[in-house]
Design a protein around this ligand. Structure first.
Ligand SMILES: *Cc1c(COP(=O)(O)O)cnc(C)c1O
Length: 417
């Protein structure tokens, strides 16, 4: 194959890509950590910058030919700073996990203590789980939610901080549907002289739109992914004060990464420009309206939602009253054309492989153009599929209806593979 080939020369690979595009088009994507990027983000992410090595930072590279990479990265940084109002940003993390790793490395030595949110209560693997580097390199301690309200137990946070004297406290998670009070976290961190890191991977889009309090003024370090509610390419970013800028930058490169993915930096810059447009606020508002509408339907159908509802794009359904597991729900929904994931709920008695919860998110569907009245239809599909979760014939009929329904919301109409 010569690099000049501009039509698809690889039928085997093309077939896989076609199937994936068709899967995304014809199913309802409700994984809370996923979204659909714009065609512009897709294009910049697949650009010639994939060819370029540019280890280092703008105007300080280890390779020649970086003049346009410099322009690109500086533009991306400027847009991120404008959007989030931070003093410094590193746009090179390949993913949220490497952003977190670099953040930890910049302020912690192995063996020091971190305090993060309990994974089973909505935290993230990289916040101290034993299977993650974070649980292997550091002493870990965890705070959780209250059993009665399922809201973060700020008294527990303070008590754990005082008992374990962490060097770093982490706020944020991947299955917590509510607003977080970062002031309480700052107080706890100040009390024990710990750094405060906020991992806003899930709710960064809401923060950008002003619908979730910004952690930037209060946290020492803010990490994020760029591909969840922020609707950019898969990747990460770290925002911090000037005083930590050098330490953070050195930990991303040369600390844990080599050359940045400049095509992804281009796609990040494109996504940040979109997030700076006024209609991004409308988009984020619609995400929350859609998840609240869906929450209402689920409650009406007799489902209990963890914390009783949602302030965000994310809903965590407690399936126990319906004698269903997360695993069974995920499977049934998949057969019906709804893609979501099982998730532990606080105080879950089931294993992580089974779980008693189902996590649903509305960021991707909202990108496709669904509004509240469409969520009424989506809620019907979900409720019917869960009710008949063992009836394959019924589920495949729902699958047909879902497929017809998705045709009303074209996804990448100009794209073919
Ligand atoms: C998704 C997520 C991450 C990790 O992101 P990856 O890009 O998959 O590495 C980190 N922290 C939180 C809170 C997340 O939700």
């Amino acid at each position: 194959m010569s690099p000049k080939d501009d039509h698809c020369p690889d039928p085997q690979l093309t077939a896989i890509l076609r199937h994936e595009l068709n899967r995304q088009r014809s199913k309802l994507e409700m994984i809370a950590s996923e979204n659909f990027v714009s065609e512009a983000v897709l294009r910049f992410g697949g650009s010639v910058f994939t060819n370029k090595y540019s280890e280092g930072y703008p105007d300080n590279r280890y390779y020649g030919g970086c003049e346009w990479a410099d322009e690109l990265e500086s533009l991306c940084q400027a847009r991120a700073k404008k959007l989030f109002g931070c003093e410094h940003v590193n746009v090179q993390p390949h993913c949220g996990s490497s952003a977190n790793m670099a953040a930890f490395f910049s302020v912690l030595k192995p063996g020091e203590t971190i305090l993060g949110m309990n994974l089973a209560h909505g935290g993230h693997l990289t916040h101290g789980a034993p299977v993650s580097f974070s649980g292997q390199l550091y002493k870990t301690s965890f705070y959780g939610v209250r059993e009665d309200t399922e809201l973060i137990d700020y008294d527990d946070l303070l008590a754990k901080a005082e008992a374990t004297r962490p060097k770093l406290i982490i706020a944020g998670g991947s299955a917590y549907p509510r607003i977080i009070d970062f002031n309480k976290f700052r107080e706890a961190a100040d009390r024990v002289k710990a750094y405060l890191m906020v991992d806003m991977a899930h709710f960064a889009g809401l923060v950008a739109a002003g619908l979730f309090p910004s952690p930037v003024p209060l946290a020492d370090i803010v990490t994020t992914t760029t591909h969840k509610t922020l609707r950019g390419p898969r990747g990460g970013m770290i925002l911090c004060r000037k005083s930590l800028a050098k330490a953070i930058d050195e930990q991303i490169f040369p600390g844990i990464q080599g050359g940045p993915l400049m095509h992804i930096v281009a796609a990040k810059a494109a996504a940040l420009a979109e997030a700076l447009e006024p209609d991004f606020i409308d988009y984020q508002r619609q995400i929350v309206k859609n998840s609240q509408r869906l929450a209402t339907h689920l409650i009406d159908a007799g489902y209990r939602l963890v914390s009783g509802g949602t302030d965000t794009h994310l809903i965590l359904v407690d399936l126990r009253s319906k004698k269903l597991t997360g695993q069974a729900a995920e499977k049934a929904l998949d057969k019906a054309g709804v893609t979501a994931n099982k998730n532990a709920i606080p105080f879950d008695r089931q294993s992580y492989a089974v779980t008693s919860g189902l996590r649903l998110g509305t960021a991707a569907l909202t990108t496709r153009g669904l509004v509240e009245k469409d969520m009424d239809v989506v809620a019907d599909y979900i409720i019917e599929a869960l009710r008949h979760h063992e009836d394959d014939a019924r589920l495949s009929k729902i699958r047909q209806r879902v497929e017809d329904f998705t045709k009303k919301f074209p996804l990448y109409p100009n794209l073919d593979f």
